[in-house]
Design a binder for this molecule. Structure first.
Ligand code: FBP
Length: 316
């Protein structure tokens, strides 16, 4: 598609883009079906009652009504998709069967990442992983596609099916039209998102952050993982980390629901994602709700984290 002008590209919608990329027909249909749920979730956000649902998820966190309704919207869409056997969600205690069994794909979701920010009117979003086989056995290697739908001033959707990472924007007619093709990160950026409290950081991590601050990296941390990663992808560089903390060595973010899909998108965009040492997509989850430290973004910053965590710091 290199020879298509930018003006023409904007009239390439999601389905045409996937067709031109020769993506498997069933996978194209599934990605499209999931992208459509973004519109329904957004209208739920707009009418949100912002009241706590009074339920607890397996992490002991109170669920906002929006988390649950977003989860239901995705599950219902998958039940009618015809391509999905099972669905795993950050809002559910276990994997649920949504097909007859034997369908091609298993879908994971963080239905509304950053939902606690909805009352502050900050950008939040839906993180989707599409797997070909067991999400516990295969780990990140079973991922065949990932999607990130951000509800902000615009609704944008980034996807990859192993064909690069591409951004679409929902237009007034309700179509996802191409807004950024083959997103490619630079070797390094200049923005830094650093989760967790400074007092809870390990000395090596603190040194790493100070190294980046000394190099003039600007703090960009919204409190929504999906939005902070979207920022790095669109600015073509930088790093986000939610590290191992003194009291919680696995950090806070969920390996299957949050980290794997965003690592897939980041790697397809020429970036990297590790737990500080090994690639996120090579980590085999021990449980559905496993948390994991994360360093994700352009290669220089993610590789640099490893040198600090391994104790081989250099000031370069
Ligand atoms: P939820 O899944 O409960 O929304 O928590 C995940 C998250 O909101 C991420 O999106 C975000 O990066 C992180 O927690 C913020 O954590 P903290 O409030 O500790 O900075």
């Amino acid at each position: 598609m290199e020879n298509i002008s930018d003006a023409t590209k904007q009239f390439i919608d999601l389905r045409r883009h996937m067709w031109m990329a020769s993506i498997d027909l069933d996978l194209r249909r599934l990605i499209w079906q999931i992208a459509v749920t973004g519109k329904y979730i957004y209208s739920k956000i707009q009418e949100s009652n912002r009241k706590l649902a009074g339920h607890e998820n397996i992490y002991g966190e109170e669920q906002l009504a929006l988390d649950m309704s977003s989860d239901e919207i995705i599950k219902r869409q998958l039940e009618f998709s015809g391509f999905v056997s099972h669905y795993a969600s950050e809002e559910r205690d276990s994997i649920v069967q949504v097909g007859k069994g034997g369908e091609k794909y298993i879908v994971t979701a963080d239905p509304l990442d950053g939902s606690s920010l909805v009352d502050a009117n900050l950008s939040i979003g839906t993180i989707i992983g599409i797997h070909r086989s067991s999400i516990l056995e295969g780990g990140g290697k079973s991922l065949v596609a990932a999607m990130s739908i951000v509800y902000g001033p615009l609704i944008t959707m980034i996807y990859s099916a192993g064909n690069g990472t591409h951004e679409f924007v929902l237009n007034r007619e309700g179509e996802y039209v191409l807004s950024g093709e083959n997103i490619t990160l630079q070797e390094r950026g200049n923005i830094l998102g650093a989760g967790g409290l400074r007092r809870d950081w390990t000395p090596a991590h603190l040194e790493y952050i100070q190294h980046l601050e000394d190099k003039g990296y600007k703090l960009r941390y919204s409190g929504a993982f999906i939005s902070d990663i979207n920022h790095i992808l669109i600015k073509r560089g930088g790093v986000f980390t939610y590290p191992a903390l003194k009291k919680s060595p696995n950090g806070k973010l969920r390996l299957i629901f949050e980290l794997q899909p965003m690592a897939f998108l980041m790697e397809q965009a020429g970036g990297m994602a590790t737990d500080g040492r090994q690639g996120i997509l090579s980590i085999k989850p021990e449980s559905l709700d496993q948390r994991c430290p994360i360093y994700i973004g352009s290669k220089y910053e993610v590789k640099k984290a490893k040198t600090f965590l391994d104790g081989n710091t250099t000031t370069m």
